[in-house]
Design a protein. Structure first.
Lengths: 231, 214
């Protein structure tokens, strides 16, 4: 359950703070686009970034399709009940923003992104919440698989029956209780090692020349695109 | 001189008396085992000493009574606790961050933290695990990392709950080596008879909420 493009291509070596800032700038500008031309002004940049991770084309396409599936409802509503042009515009705007998010955000591990958000002054409590949510998602998933395995090992075969619903009820109830007790034990683990509401980080980011170059290229591209197509 | 002691410690959980007036003390550098049947109250004793469970009676650290949460907060950096289930203990994203957590919380300088982390990684022969996410470690690796991350706190007393469970021979020997060499006082809850025979420390037996010397 790691980010899909983590460790792939040169983008994964760029400082996450730079990537988050670049993403926010690009996404904000594209979201404000009023025409397809303004949206497609950023397509060459997206294409250039994609080429650095082209080996993950299948994964990128799958994720794009997944996002577009939800967009389909919005687009269809616009096509039949509103303005077809608006529908198409929303579709391409969203697709290119999702593509940028995949290329810029999912090329870093989640923990590094959270660390970067801390440097970008996102509230600490929110980040801790996100950190623990992500950290224990794996454990929750593992527990659910173990519980299912245990049920199957004792002959459980899911059917459309009261017994099946009852079994799933037990599994979910058990998971809920386990999560509750686990959270108490994890809190104790934090306390036992001196935790007082602040989560320190050992490895810190260092801005390198390539980060500055990347930021400059993005800013120049953004500036030219805005000047040519937005103003 | 006593570093940690408890007097007439009683704990009641869900209407059941789990600890029935436990008296116990440990001196600087002293190392002891606590053994006994499942459900006898061994883990409860350790968790009570850490201030996680409400109790009656008295707990002293260096002769000072621990009464409020604030008292326990102050001593937690000096009393290390290795949980029975390492999955409960490891919360940081990587092994390296896990080891650095307590020294960073203590406010040590980054260079000093780096030195401590490197020394501990070497001491426990887990350098190869430094960047690995803690949830991806094997059972034995989790166990050894859970001990290592307490060691980086440089505690005066370490409470260890079943620390040898699931360890292969190599890691078992490594842990025994650490037990022999450390200057910290150790309270080890275990069923591992091989460990108890090998180290030959004083043993206490916990039975039905009562602790007695063997």
């Amino acid at each position: 359950m790691e980010t899909p493009l983590n460790g792939e291509g040169i983008l994964s070596t760029i400082d996450p703070r730079v990537k988050i800032l670049s993403f926010l700038l690009l996404a904000w500008t594209i979201a404000l686009a009023g025409s397809l031309l303004q949206v497609f002004a950023f397509f060459p940049l997206a294409l250039a970034l994609y080429l650095t991770v082209y080996r993950k084309t299948v994964a990128i396409l799958k994720l794009l399709l997944f996002a577009d599936f939800f967009l389909l409802f919005v687009v269809l509503t616009q096509l039949f009940l509103g303005s077809p042009y608006q529908g198409i515009l929303i579709f391409f705007k969203s697709t290119i923003i999702v593509l940028f998010s995949l290329l810029l955000l999912t090329t870093s591990p989640v923990f590094e992104l959270l660390h970067a958000l801390h440097h970008l002054k996102v509230p600490n409590k929110l980040l801790q919440l996100m950190f623990f949510f992500y950290r224990y998602l794996f454990t929750l998933n593992e527990q659910l698989h173990l519980a299912k395995k245990s049920a199957r090992s004792r002959g459980f075969v899911p059917k459309t029956s009261i017994q099946t619903y009852r079994t799933y009820g037990y599994l979910l109830g058990n998971l809920l209780l386990k999560s509750y007790f686990k959270s108490e034990r994890v809190y104790r683990a934090l306390l036992s090692r001196g935790f007082r509401g602040y989560f320190p980080v050992f490895r810190h980011f260092q801005i390198k020349r390539r980060d500055i170059v990347f930021l400059l290229i993005t800013l120049i591209y953004w500036g030219v695109a805005v000047w040519k197509f937005y103003l | 001189m006593e570093v940690l002691s408890v007097e007439n410690l009683k704990v009641e959980l869900e209407g059941r008396e789990v600890l029935k007036g436990v008296n116990f003390s440990i001196e600087y550098g002293e190392k002891v085992f606590i053994t006994g049947p499942n459900g006898a109250g061994k883990t409860t004793l350790l968790e009570t000493v850490m201030g996680f469970i409400p109790f009656t009676g008295r707990i002293f650290y260096r002769g000072k009574p621990l009464e409020s949460e604030r008292d326990f907060e102050e001593v937690r950096g000096r009393i290390g606790y290795v949980f029975q289930n390492p999955d409960d203990q490891l919360f940081a994203p990587t092994v390296e961050e896990e080891l650095a957590f307590a020294p960073l919380v203590k406010g040590l300088k980054r260079e000093e933290v780096k030195r401590i982390v490197e020394t501990t990684l070497r001491e426990f022969e887990i350098e190869h695990l430094r960047g690995k996410p803690t949830y991806k470690l094997s059972g034995g690796e989790k166990r050894i990392v859970s001990v290592a991350c307490v060691v980086t706190m440089d505690p005066e007393v370490i409470l260890l709950d079943e620390p040898t469970t699931g360890l292969d021979r190599k890691r078992w020997n490594k842990l025994v080596e650490f037990f022999e060499e450390t200057e910290s006082s150790l309270i080890v809850v275990t069923h591992d008879t091989r460990l108890m025979e090998r180290l030959g420390w004083k043993r206490f037996v916990m039975e039905d909420g009562e602790l007695r010397g063997e």
